[in-house]
Design a protein around this ligand. Structure first.
Ligand code: UT7
Length: 327
């Protein structure tokens, strides 16, 4: 069989840094509360007129192409995971493809909230496995600041803007994307959503006045699900593939809350040194968290390392992926 693997990873974060101290001046919060409840110290925000999610995604993809020596015209598919598309349509992936010269790629977006990138990674790998696609790009990019209400302390401390991209190619069979377990439960939509702007409640003066074009989250309810589901599914993929804790080089968790990450690592029986954590510097960047981690840890990774990627997000959506690092 043809096996797909990650053969390159690249992140991109906008330069502006929004610190907890700055947030203390905007809403009734404290650095101590934010750090103890979430692990976040600062996050990056995309500033500037006329800049959207595709601009960050395009930066990550351009750097990825350069770094891997990939001719843009050889890429056959680009999938973009995002909850903050430039526009409802066309797909943000097609805008990124245009901005990065992927003239021969077809493209589509994938929205599974914070699990979107993980779903897109596996979907992209399946195209490679058909043998019809030699190079596929998966990009996670979100301008979360565009749907964050900076008058609401419950949510405005959590999110940041960023992008990250993977190159997927055929690799030797023993490496690459080995297995995945995905779950979904649409009943979770009541706890985490954006109230207006979609077909259910199109935008109006009233929806704008009521601040309904922003993230709505019942934090505790989401936390309760996330903390058990992400830990369970990570243990489940290890058991299914007879992987012991000592076989795992790193857990690559979606970065929503340090306490959720810690619980997942505990359930897997692995120590902190084997967990990729950068939520302290970026916050929750939704589609970008996982590639941002792998990008920052890339130098430490060795060919053959077993990685467990795990995520939980709105929907609810959650799952885990077993990757054997291919380079
Ligand atoms: O990535 C997609 C999935 N999302 C997640 O996984 C997020 C899951 N949820 C969480 O991470 C946590 O629930 C939060 C970080 C969002 C909130 O932490 P929490 O420990 O669950 O706090 P809470 O919502 O239970 O609030 C506790 C208290 C409340 O005050 P009272 O009712 O006890 O007086 C809140 O009003 O903390 C208050 N509070 C704040 N205080 C200072 C809420 N936000 C803040 C804040 N600063 N920013």
């Amino acid at each position: 069989m043809i096996r797909a693997g990650i053969t390159g990873v690249q992140g991109w974060v906008p330069p502006y840094i929004l610190t907890n101290q700055e947030l203390e001046k905007m809403v009734d919060t404290s650095d101590e509360w934010i750090v103890s409840r979430t692990g976040i110290h600062e996050r990056h925000i995309l500033k500037g007129e006329g800049l959207g999610t595709s601009d960050m995604g395009a930066e990550a993809v351009k750097l990825l192409l350069k770094k891997t020596g990939t001719n843009p015209e050889d890429v056959g598919l680009i999938i973009c995971a995002t909850v903050t598309p430039d526009m409802f349509f066309p797909a943000t992936s097609s805008i990124i493809a245009y901005k990065t010269g992927l003239k021969n790629a077809f493209s589509f977006d994938m929205n599974a909230a914070c699990s979107g990138l993980m779903y897109a990674l596996v979907t992209g790998s399946k195209y490679v496995e058909t043998g019809n696609f030699k190079k596929v790009i998966v990009v996670g990019t979100d301008k979360m600041s565009s749907i964050t209400d900076y008058t609401k302390r419950e949510t405005c401390i959590l999110f940041g803007d960023a992008a990250g991209a993977f190159l997927l190619e055929p690799v030797e069979e023993e490496f690459g994307i080995k297995d995945f377990i995905f779950h979904g439960d649409g009943s979770g939509r009541v706890h985490l959503h954006m109230k207006a702007g979609g077909s259910l409640k199109p935008p109006s003066h009233e929806t704008v006045d009521a601040h309904e074009h922003y993230i709505y989250q019942e934090g505790q309810a989401v936390f309760k699900f996330a903390v058990t589901r992400m830990a369970d599914v990570s243990a489940e993929i290890m058991e299914k593939n007879h992987l012991k804790s000592e076989d795992i080089a790193y857990l690559v968790p979606h970065q929503a809350n340090l306490r959720i990450i810690d619980a997942t690592a505990r359930r897997m029986g692995i120590g902190k040194e084997k967990v990729m954590i950068n939520i302290d510097r970026y916050g929750n960047t939704t589609g970008a968290t996982i590639p941002l981690c792998l990008w920052e840890w890339e130098d430490k990774l060795k060919k053959g390392d077993n990685l467990i990627i795990a995520a939980f997000g709105g929907g609810f959506t959650w799952g885990s992926v077993w990757v054997k690092w291919a380079y």
